[in-house]
Write a protein that binds this ligand. Structure first.
Ligand code: ATP
Length: 448
């Protein structure tokens, strides 16, 4: 992230180019809720796909699951969330704004300097009622994490997946937390998406697996283009550990507001399975046929936020530069994350160019997420594609009608080359999947 990337610039780009809008904007917005627009939905989906691919698809020791958001209320009693998922809340006696006590520096209201109340514990779970009558219906919670849906299905997955420990169960889905101080755009919201892996291991091997997953997760962010210097690890102090954790590391990212948590990787010990066994009366121990032992597995949990990752990828890829005397904003997103992989741009909106350009678009869009744009000047259209991070623009010009070749412009180097149409699909595929071919040697050999 270059030093001058501010949150305002990111928020403004997201609005301008259709990544992220304030929720219910025509009604003035709803605090801390955001909607993903046409570009944002693609970016977010690509982040989730990249995680699923690495965590589930490319491993034979992890399977996926998709559990319901509302669960039996006893789950949250057993997990400790009813009693312990709280933040200390203080209220300003003058302006009545509420703050997280642990975020207050001098015991005065950050808004008006007024005196604060004594802290009281505030439960972060959203409550609602299941059933038609509020009085008789049971209270249910919107899940604050996806993990519990995994723990209560541990037995189901072990018996049906025919897999042995170590075994991971992965889930991506919405979580809800009634945060006292949401903010910093999509960094902390009350509704967000989690990408969580619960990796069940034999007790005694847990410390080694924690180290393993910490490394895996750091590597994942870097493999998708996050700058190494903008990532760091922070081990939790003993006094800071969650009630279930034996050890925990935060992967932190240098966001515009400073170093902040991007992902937590915790050793949850056998806490959750033991608690659910106790509260449900079901035996959730595992028989290890190889070692001839029965035990309650320990769990290593890499837990990442989809939205927070999206923010980190946006911030890290945001660049401003001067090109040919003009300013350009470019998102240097990893190709696998870019919302659009290629944009097809006829040189101008012209009845002779449109049929070929449309045809090129139709051919590409079955293989790649592709954009077609023929309005405004070509310069403006390039600028738009740079701002949404499209790795390649394919330009169809009048020469193309004669020689059946098109120009490809690469986002980062701005190199332009010409290529026969029949080679386009393959060339794009190779470059997008990481094959480094240098425009100056391979492409420049082609006649313009
Ligand atoms: P924080 O300390 O920032 O509130 P946490 O330690 O409570 O986060 P975890 O419970 O470890 O968070 O959740 C794992 C990940 O889920 C976080 O690292 C973050 O990426 C994401 N996350 C948690 N709470 C939120 C939120 N309110 N909004 C967006 N993402 C969140």
């Amino acid at each position: 992230m270059p030093a001058d990337v501010t949150m305002d610039k990111i928020v403004s780009l997201c609005k301008r180019r259709g990544f992220i809008f304030p929720s219910s904007e025509i009604y003035g917005g709803l605090g801390s809720c955001w909607d993903y627009g046409p570009m944002g939905v693609e970016l977010k989906r690509n982040v989730k796909n990249a995680w699923w691919r690495t965590i589930v698809q490319e491993r034979d020791d992890v399977v996926g699951i998709d559990t319901s958001i509302m669960m039996h209320p006893a789950v949250w009693k057993a997990s400790g969330h009813v009693d312990s998922f709280t933040d200390p809340l203080v209220e300003c006696k003058s302006c009545h704004l509420r703050w997280r006590a642990d975020e207050i520096e001098n015991q005065k209201c950050p808004q008006c300097g007024g005196d604060l109340t004594e802290p009281r514990m505030f439960n972060l779970m959203f409550r609602t009622f299941m059933g038609p009558l509020e009085e008789t219906a049971s209270t249910v919670y919107l899940r604050p994490e996806t993990a519990q849906g995994i723990f209560v299905n541990f037995e189901n997955v072990v018996t049906t997946s025919r897999k042995k420990l170590p075994l991971g169960i992965a889930q991506i889905g919405k979580s809800f937390r009634n945060e006292i101080t949401p903010g910093n755009f999509i960094f902390r919201t009350r509704e967000f998406e989690h990408m969580e892996l619960e990796y069940f291991v034999k007790p005694g091997t847990d410390d080694g697996w924690l180290d393993y997953w910490v490394k895996q997760r750091l590597d994942w962010y870097m493999s998708l283009g996050i700058t190494k210097e903008n990532l760091r690890l922070r081990q939790h102090g003993k006094d800071e550990l969650a009630h279930y954790a034996k050890d925990c590391y935060d992967v932190e990212y240098l966001f515009p507001m400073g170093w902040s948590e991007l992902e937590g990787i915790a050793n949850r010990s056998d806490y959750d399975l033991t608690q659910h066994a106790k509260h449900s009366g079901k035996d959730l121990s595992y028989y290890d046929g190889q070692d001839g032992e029965r035990y309650v597995p320990y769990v290593i949990e890499p837990s990442a936020g989809v939205d927070r990752s999206v923010l980190a990828f946006l911030v890290d890829s945001y660049h401003e530069e001067v090109v040919e005397g003009g300013n350009r904003v470019v998102l240097r997103l990893h190709p696998s994350l870019a919302p659009m992989k290629v944009a097809v741009l006829p040189l101008s909106r012209n009845e002779r160019l449109s049929p070929l350009a449309r045809d090129v678009y139709r051919r590409l869009c079955s293989s790649f997420m592709a954009d077609y744009d023929d309005s405004q000047s070509i310069g403006r259209r390039y600028r738009r594609q740079d701002e949404i991070g499209t790795p390649f623009c394919v330009t169809v010009d009048f020469e193309s009608l004669q020689d059946n070749q098109v120009t490809i412009r690469e986002r980062d180097s701005l190199a332009q080359i010409r290529l026969p149409l029949e080679e386009l699909d393959e060339a794009l595929r190779a470059k997008l999947s990481g094959e480094a071919f240098d425009a100056t040697t391979l492409w420049a050999t082609r006649e313009k």
